[in-house]
Design a protein around this ligand. Structure first.
Ligand code: SAM
Ligand code: TMP
Ligand code: ZN
Length: 404
């Protein structure tokens, strides 16, 4: 039995996705034989409801110097974070000499706008590869993991008006030291804003490929409220945001310092009525995931038998989960393509499917394309209109397997 990383309660297993790699650790062919693998499974805490990995991967394995994830990789992300920067500059960062710290600033997709506005900021980013890209945009970066020790070293004056983390907080196994760090660093009336994947999107939208080593926690308003309380904070606001198929922006503050917005009670009620925090719902989700595997593998095998060509499109972290879990290797899918130069020429972790530049997609003229970057469907389908025009078909597997 695993005990809850947040409250120490018992965690009951929900879904086992098998032996899996670190999802953003793209490999050269030489590295493939010694790949790091672990058992990818999630469970829910009986006490605080937090859904979490049963086993985790050391953070140094996940966020290594050549970490490949680029936050600026899509127009959707660039637009969203430009909007976040604008909103923060107009609301929380208006006092004298405001200060914002971003945990996991990656390539500076948010902080570049803060830097351009001349506002004091610091990005804390352990992956040297992406930290250097942020610095090149004029962002001040500290190349390290964020925790209580880092926070004490960063703190000056009254502390930070905003501590911000997007797609990063759920990656941090040690929430106790994280929150101690936030407590050390945050100004008395400051806010801790986190934009993170939502268990509701995963469960109701069947986005099981969001489950991978980097996502240690799968948040809900229920579990974030409980976690905030455990570590001396309060959940004061929640809002839907359009990233990764539907995420939530959680705003936390010190208890009593900010009014609790009605959206919090609304979301808690929605989670109750939709059964999101009930074990039965999660068990149904696990069964439906197995069905997707069966349907997708049947479809790909059938197409191969008919002599149709199928290649992948995109190589987000999600690709490793779905291909490894389904046992889809280069025999069923000879390659996938991705616009991130640092992924090209390497292999998808786990399934070892080659990643090629998008130009190869055009050149191969496949009959079908399996869309891994499904959260960017609109942008990609617009870009690849010629594929559809000449009769190419898109295969999706979330929320169920279908061919468009
Ligand atoms: N914020 C960007 C976004 O939303 O697109 C980047 C998200 S990326 C998936 C997660 C980032 O968090 C990575 O750049 C990773 O190196 C960083 N990270 C992981 N653990 C961290 C920690 N303990 N402290 C600070 N950053 C961390
Ligand atoms: P993300 O959803 O985790 O940001 O990953 C999306 C991946 O898809 C990323 O590796 C970049 C890739 N991609 C393309 O290859 N072409 C595109 O047009 C877009 C939008 C993304
Ligand atoms: Zn718990």
């Amino acid at each position: 039995m695993t005990s809850c990383r947040i409250c120490g309660g018992a965690v009951g297993e929900l879904l086992d996705l098998g032996r899996q790699p670190s999802a953003n650790r793209f490999l050269s062919p030489e590295e493939a034989p010694q790949e790091y693998l672990f058992r990818l499974a999630i469970g829910a805490c009986d006490t605080c409801t937090m859904v979490q990995l049963m086993e985790d991967v050391p953070q140094e394995v996940r966020y290594h110097p050549a970490y490949r994830y680029l936050a600026s990789g899509s127009a959707l992300h660039r637009k969203f974070f430009a909007g976040e920067a604008r909103r923060l500059l107009e609301t929380e960062l208006t006092g004298p000499d405001p200060f914002i710290v971003e945990i996991g600033c990656n390539d500076g997709v948010l902080l570049e706008h803060i830097a351009q506005a001349g506002v004091r900021h610091l990005g804390v980013e352990p992956a040297a590869s992406v930290a250097a890209l942020a610095e090149a945009k004029g962002v001040t970066v500290r190349n390290s993991f964020f925790d209580d020790v880092t926070a004490a070293e960063i703190r000056t004056g009254r502390g930070a008006d905003v501590i911000y983390g997007a797609n990063t907080i759920c990656h941090i196994a040690y929430q106790d030291a994280l929150f101690r760090g936030v407590d050390t660093l945050l100004a008395p009336d400051g806010v801790f804003v986190m934009v993170e994947p939502y268990l509701g999107t995963i469960v109701h939208g069947m986005a099981f490929d969001q489950i991978y080593d980097e996502h240690v926690y799968y948040f809900t308003a229920h579990s974030v409220r409980a976690m905030a309380r455990t570590f001396g904070f309060e959940l004061v606001d929640v809002e839907d945001v359009p990233l990764h198929g539907g995420e939530i922006r959680y705003t936390l503050a010190r208890p009593g310092r900010r009014p609790i917005r009605p959206a919090v009670a609304d979301m808690l009620a929605r989670e109750q009525s939709s059964g999101l925090i009930e074990r039965d719902t999660l068990a149904r989700f696990a069964r439906a995931v197995a069905q997707i595997r069966e349907d997708l593998v049947d479809l790909l095998r059938g197409l191969r038998a008919e002599g149709r060509t199928v290649v992948g499109y995109g190589a987000p972290g999600k690709t490793a989960t779905v291909t490894t879990y389904c046992g889809i290797g280069p025999d069923l899918l000879p390659f996938t393509c991705d616009s991130t130069p640092a992924k090209q020429g390497l292999l998808v972790p786990g399934s070892h499917i080659p990643v090629l530049p998008p130009a190869e997609f055009e050149a191969a003229r496949p009959d079908y394309a399996l869309l891994f970057a499904w959260n960017h469907a609109e942008e990609i389908m617009a870009k690849e209109k010629a594929f559809r025009d000449r009769g190419g078909r898109w295969i999706r597997y979330v929320p169920r397997v279908r061919v468009d």
